[in-house]
Each structure stands twice: as C-alpha cells, then as structure tokens.
Design a protein around this ligand. Structure first.
Ligand code: 16G
Length: 244
C-alpha cells in the first residue's frame, strides 16, 4: 500500500475516534509507537496523519507529552438572554439534560432575597447536568417560586427546556437577566458528573432572570466546564460622542 493511502487510512480511523461524542477536549491520544503498532504502519505514516489533524485544529501537541484532542470551545454570548437549549441548537449541537434533583426546599434568607419572596414560601429546586452532543457541559442549580414548580413539575423530564415550559405552562415572558461570572474550583462530586478529565477550574455563573413585569422568575447557579466554554460580550462606549 503506498504511504499516502496508509496515511489516509490512519487519518480516517483517528478522525472517527476524535469525533465520537465521548471524546473530550484534552483527551490524550496513544503514543506514535502505540498507534504504529495498532495500524501496522511506520512512525512516518503516523506522524503524517497526526500532522494533518494538527493542521486542521483537531488535535494539539505538547512537546514531550503527546497529542491531545482539541474540541472548540463554545463561545457563549454573555450579553444575550438565551436558554441552554437555544444556545446548543444554534451551534448545531444536540442539547440534553439529566435531572439530578427536583424538589421543594425551604427558603433561606439568601434565596428569599434572590427570588424576592417571603421566607415562608418553599422554593422549587432543580439540579441538572447539561449536555451537548451527549458530552457534559455544565451543572445548573435553578431555584423557582413554588407556584411555578407546581405547574411545571410533572412536565420536567430529562431533555425538557425550562424556558419553553415557563412560557407554555406558566404564561411567563422573560425580559432580562442579571448575570455574574466568576472563577472557582469544582468539588470531586462535581467532577464525577462533568467527567474526570475536566479541569478543576470552573466558570461559576449566577443568573437572576426577570419577566416583563419585573418579577424574578429564576435564580440559577451554574458551573461550566472551563475547557468547553468561553464568554464573549459586546462592549459599547459609555459616551460614544466623547470617545475614550
Ligand atoms: C441557561 C441559563 C439558565 C436557564 C437555562 C434554561 C445561563 C448561565 N443560564 O442555561 O439560567 O435556566 O438556560 O435552559 O445561561 P433550558 O430552557 O434549555 O432548560
């Protein structure tokens, strides 16, 4: 078999491995020697195939450490109010979610101030693992008012969109949100959910979302995989006439 044919054969095989939904950014590929043995080809052929994958941005190499899967980060527009489902669909990714917990919990002083409700009112808590193309992306813990929880509880199944249910079952029209983004670290239990190869560093986002009548609808605290996300925003000059 000519060398170019062997290279294409190895390339195709590696591509299908990299494109598997389970393959994550940062996964280490086997060494050149191991790949050579697996495909029964020389190291020159393996290097040729790895070189092409690197050119395409599908892997990256680190001196002395090997080759790693590169999956582009999701660039989330942090200035627009969208749902996770919308975000993923816009990127041609399949949104998914797995419900970890959904239950009514007592209100705390913190939640009463975030949801702007009395401390006597129980709160509906929804904890979900959010996925894109079956790969874990974030853990979201969402708090909603009791009446909202009562209306949506039975419709909340894995994969359902909360924002769609808020509109369809509660007649809620969302208007704006106040969001914070900070850097934090994941606990072991969170890494167990997000994947063992997930970096310990995480982006913690809180969101307080309001409806058209300025009522708080949800308070959410999410932990996003720092190797899969970056947050972009459009900045306007404070006073365009005056310049900087
Ligand atoms: C986003 C929102 C979250 C909201 C969820 C609804 C951030 C930081 N958070 O993940 O507040 O609850 O979308 O998504 O963007 P869904 O409609 O797909 O369930």
């Amino acid at each position: 078999m000519p060398r170019t044919t062997k290279t294409s054969y190895v390339l195709e095989a590696l591509l299908s491995e990299i494109n598997r939904p389970e393959a994550q950014h940062g996964d280490c590929l086997p060494s050149e020697r191991e790949l050579g043995e697996r495909f029964h080809v020389s190291r020159v052929v393996i290097r040729g195939a790895l070189g092409k994958l690197e050119e395409e941005g599908l892997i990256y190499r680190m001196q002395g450490k090997g080759a790693f899967v590169s999956k582009n980060k999701v660039n989330q527009n942090a200035s627009r109010l969208t749902s996770f489902t919308q975000d993923m669909l816009q990127r041609n990714m399949v949104p998914g979610s797995k419900i970890m917990v959904k239950e009514f919990v007592p209100c705390t002083p913190f939640l009463s101030s975030k949801l702007q409700i009395s401390r006597n009112e129980p709160v509906f808590m929804l904890k979900r693992l959010r996925m894109a193309d079956d790969a874990p992306m974030a853990i979201e813990v969402c708090y909603l008012r009791e009446w909202i929880g009562n209306r949506i509880n039975e419709h909340l199944v894995d994969g359902a969109s909360l924002y769609q249910l808020l509109a369809a079952k509660c007649g809620i029209t969302l208007k704006y949100a106040m969001q914070t983004i900070e850097v934090g670290t994941l606990e072991k239990s969170e890494r167990d959910l997000l994947g063992q190869n997930c970096p310990r560093c995480t982006a913690i986002i809180t969101r307080q979302t309001f409806d058209v009548d300025n009522n708080v609808v949800e308070f959410v605290e999410s932990r996003y995989r720092s190797d899969r996300y970056l947050f972009g925003m459009l900045l306007d000059l404070e006073n365009p006439q005056a310049g900087i």
